[in-house]
Design a binder for this molecule. Structure first.
Ligand code: SF4
Ligand code: SF4
Length: 179
């Protein structure tokens, strides 16, 4: 679409929304009633309460992260940065071999690049990433939208509890295959 037709189309959408806001009854009932029209919240004086499962910010449960890098590989924006080193860990059983464990040195997410697709949260096999509905973390400097592991961990306090299954939904049962 060219520049001028695009501009005209955009102004048309803006004008239509303005009319719907001021005259929610349409042209049949042209009575101004902006309070019933399109909902606009006068942020920051008023605050909208997002749905509990809203994708506001990603929280990291550091203790569950094994530095497997799956989230880094699957992130379409390449905005997760992880560095880790190996540490010796005690054997699982008495007399067993000492183990090696990954220890996180760095876990950053750049929310200036993130497109909130949720792939990292979905693919994490160890329940280390969660969505929080928190959205108030804008910054004057774009570089400050890079949250390090301690900041990502702080968001865990805002992750809502898991809700029960909806009424009427069926909990998946494990079925034993017939012999
Ligand atoms: S939500 Fe999507 S874009 Fe953002 S960090 Fe996760 S995978 Fe990357
Ligand atoms: S996928 Fe999960 S466990 Fe693996 S590095 Fe990412 S957050 Fe950590």
């Amino acid at each position: 679409m060219g520049l001028v037709p695009g501009l005209v189309k955009g102004l048309g959408v803006t004008g239509r929304t303005l009319l719907q806001t001021v005259f929610p009854g349409g042209f049949k009932k042209p009575i101004p009633a902006p309070i019933r029209g399109a909902q606009t919240v006068q942020y920051p004086h008023e605050k909208d309460i997002p749905a509990p499962r809203a994708r506001g910010v990603i929280a990291l449960h550091e203790g569950n992260c094994t530095s497997c890098m799956l989230c880094v590989r699957e992130c379409p924006d390449w905005c997760i940065y992880i560095e880790a080193h190996k540490e010796k860990a005690p054997p699982r059983r008495a007399g067993g071999k000492p183990r090696k464990k990954n220890k996180l040195d760095r876990f950053d997410i750049d929310f200036a690049l993130c497109m909130f697709c949720g792939i990292c949260v979905e693919v994490c096999p160890f329940e280390a990433l969660f969505w929080s509905p928190e959205y108030e973390y804008s910054e004057p400097r774009i570089a400050d939208l890079l949250h390090d592991k301690s900041r990502l961990h702080e968001w865990m306090a805002t992750v809502p509890e898991f809700e029960d299954h909806e009424t009427g939904s069926v909990v998946k049962q494990k079925t034993v295959p017939p012999l």
